[in-house]
Design a protein around this ligand. Structure first.
Ligand code: TXA
Ligand code: MG
Length: 321
């Protein structure tokens, strides 16, 4: 596997060619790092599943360079979905839409719909448009971690997660630390009622004020969506929500909350945006320090705080079983 440290246009072209040739390319997005493969290449996509250790009936998100590519992948796009795409793309939002012909079962997990996203990270956008210039239609990219583990938000974490599973011709593109730090908001636009399947930096308030429709925030879904599992985003350490924190245990809370005596402070974010950005870095740090427990105090409130609480609850789910 090759690591591209300072991606120039020449190197991004090389990575796009690698994707076109059926290799895997891990690349930065503004949310988390993705493990990319040509979305029309069944063999390449099957490697994504095996590298992640992910069951094959869990669908993947197709990444495209602009809204202009959307009709390649989706049909019967409702007016409100188009509005969302125009407002929030490029950005941390995935739309679930009725699939077109080219969205095959091997990316949708056999479902009639497909997840699509235009990321805003400049390296991701450059990679996707170079890939499209080579005749590519879209790049599937799940978070570049092993199944159920914490999503990587920098290239080093990608190498730690899956470096040993990548082959000689695969590439990891380093685009620095992800600015948002948690995965995209997923909005299901394929059913009668709009549903938020995963919360994220495009918040419920933002969606509501744009489309003015009723939104289902507790959808019941038959889809095997890892992000919807009770147990997910889990470090090795046990995650406990709320005090007490004993000496030697990890501690994560906003800056204004003092560390309990003897606890090991993993991050002290100043605000919710910073909290999201540092969340997975802090959980990884806890594992690096071989902590057995990480005590977290989630931020209060709505907006991005809801997405952070969601990830923390799922991280904590492991030991609750
Ligand atoms: O921010 C993100 O979305 C990142 C970056 C790399 O773009 N990607 C990401 O992908 O988080 P992944 O595969 O780790 O999580 C995508 C979630 C999964 O829970 C998957 O099951 C769900 O989206 N999903 C994908 N396609 C779907 C579909 N057609 N219907 C319902 N859920 C879907
Ligand atoms: Mg994931």
């Amino acid at each position: 596997m090759e690591i591209i440290s300072n991606p120039t246009q020449v190197e991004i072209k090389k990575a796009a060619q690698a994707l076109k040739d059926g290799h895997l390319v891990a690349f930065p997005t503004e949310t988390v790092y993705g493990l990319g493969a040509d979305a029309t290449n069944e063999k390449a996509v099957s490697r994504v599943y095996s590298v992640k250790g992910r069951p094959t009936d869990h669908p993947l998100i197709v990444h495209i360079s602009s809204i202009n590519q959307l009709s390649k992948w989706a049909i019967d796009i409702p007016e409100y979905a188009r509005k969302l795409a125009e407002e929030f793309w490029p950005g941390p939002m995935t739309l679930i839409l009725k699939r077109s012909e080219i969205a095959k079962d091997f990316i949708t997990g056999g479902q009639e719909n497909v997840g699509v996203r235009v990321p805003s990270h400049p390296v991701a956008l450059a990679l996707l448009s170079e890939f499209e210039k080579l005749g590519g239609a879209g790049v599937v990219a799940p978070s570049a971690n092993k199944f159920s583990a914490v999503s990587p938000t920098n290239a080093y974490a990608v190498t730690e997660e899956i470096g040993d599973k990548l082959s000689k011709d695969d590439i990891i593109v380093n685009g620095g630390q992800c600015l948002i730090g948690i995965e995209s908001t997923i909005i299901d636009c394929s059913e009668q009622i709009v549903a938020v399947l995963r919360s994220g930096a495009v918040t419920l308030e933002m969606i509501k004020s744009l489309i003015g429709l009723q939104i289902n925030t507790k959808p019941k879904t038959k889809v095997k969506a890892p992000g919807l599992f009770e147990v997910h985003y889990s470090p090795v350490a046990e995650v406990q929500i709320g005090l007490p924190a004993r000496p030697g245990e990890g501690f994560l809370a906003l800056e204004n909350i003092q560390s309990p005596p003897g606890s090991i402070r993993l991050a002290a974010p100043k605000n919710v945006e910073q909290y999201a950005k540092e969340l997975y870095v802090a959980l990884r740090l806890g594992d690096k320090k071989h902590l057995t427990k990480i005590v977290v105090i989630p931020p209060e409130g709505t907006g991005l705080a809801i997405a952070i609480k969601d990830r923390l609850t799922k991280s904590a789910g492991k030991k609750a079983l």
